[in-house]
Design a protein around this ligand. Sequence first.
Ligand code: NAP
Ligand code: MG
Length: 508
Amino acid sequence: MAKSTSKRKPLMEAMDMKRDVYQMVINGDRVDSSTKETFTTYNPATGEPLAQVAKASKEDAERAVQAAKQAFDHGKWRHFPVSKRSRVLNKIASIMRSRFNELVELEVLNSGKSLSAAQGQVMQSIEDFEFYAGAIVGHRGTVNNVPSGFFNYSQNEPVGVCAQIIPWNYPMMMAAWKIAPAIAAGCSVVIKPASLTPLTAIVLTEICHEAGVPEGVVNILPGPGALIGDYLVEHPDVDKVAFTGSTPTGKDIMQKASQTLKRLTLELGGKSPNIIFDDADIEGAVAGSLFGIFYNTGQSCEARSRLYIHESIYDEFMEKFVEKTKQLKLGDPLDKETHLGSIISRGQLEVIDSYVQSAIEEGATVVEGGKRLEIEGFENGHWYAPTIITDVTPDMKVVKEEIFGPVVVVQTFNDEQEVIKQANDSEYGLGSAIWTKDQGRAKRVADLIQAGIVMINCPFSAFPGTPFGGYKQSGFGRELCIETLDLYTEQKSVLSYYGSRPINPFGV
Ligand code: NAP
Ligand code: MG
């Protein structure tokens, strides 16, 4: 990388996306860990090492927070005209577009997910930056009604330094969901990717710099969650924490963040119901239910993992659902014909299998899958068969707990009220899906479902612009939408008096 001779920082480029070593990015520089430590990151589909990644220490976390604070307190980013920030966000998107195939390939290697899943997620990441480039322009203050002689306006001000902690299931898309609205709003960011999947978030950070995001505004710290995550969450100079991950970690973060009353957004786990009414279009419902659970190999917070089928169509639906599940192709994630990639890690594979074993022990029936797979050429990867479990009861672990793998549990129902109760019988409330041709019923059920997202005859949970987030223990705050900008800003009310005579409220 050529050093610029001017005072300006050298332009950072994402260079070759596939490298042997990935550094962290602090204050606009690629840097090694203060301890010089690295960790190995693996391709989950092959089990082979991919690269070495700088392992952040507390000292690095401190430098990153101070860089973000310096950029926020004394830098120019938040003071740029909004159109200029918007232009930089669009530039990030256009660099990503120009390197789309490389980003997709890196995400496939990073996560083991299928090419088609990675393509969709990288495309959505690009669109997130484009969406917030537009949304921020309309994120204006207000002029409010006050008695004559007074004047009141409110303005949105960026909240400050944001710690953003993301999971491994959508490594690039989660980074985009976090970084785009935060920097659009004028905040500075310290992002911590999941240790299993650091590569695409690092590259995205580099692209942000290439596009003109000033030094210190976007910093990235790959490193252990318990150490780096805790440090950020407890740090007095961090103003907001945005977290996506498991519910237990979310609870821990909420407790720790409360010590400094940080602003907090939590996107947590789910156990989303998928309801098939007797008047549903069976073909569409089968295809949507298949995608609903097996997309991203089931490693999706909004995976529709509890399937409720009306008794009168149970046999017909199940025959088709099982048949289509058998047709799903697992294998080389870079092959465009592959539907399902690998599981993220050996540990996660074991978690999934132990859930399936617990179901069998509790008397459930595995009608499809329920086993690890060996894929030719990918013998050291982590593979699990798409799995359908029936004969379950509401108290079973597989029905209550999030599995985070390609496993769906199937139950039946007779009437609308009954299935609403079943659907809401969960500590989670993230996604939900309804399949029916009766629009009145669809609306009634949608109104009564306790979930942040309802899909009606629709396999997809979100697009840039639609609010994404949970009820109950699935967390709070909404991402991906215009309102997300409210969560990265403080509203300041400015009240002034313009009367000709001074006011003397005490009259003394
Ligand atoms: P996780 O263990 O909670 O980890 C998520 C992130 O938090 C990782 O970056 C992790 O770092 C970090 N972390 C771990 N312990 C921490 C701590 N004590 N303080 C601060 N940060 C900490 O979750 P996961 O196993 O990676 O991801 C799966 C979970 O995420 C599932 O439950 C899923 O439902 C949820 N999820 C939710 C959404 C949503 O939008 N609602 C989206 C995707 C995933 P390390 O990687 O270094 O451990
Ligand atoms: Mg974890």
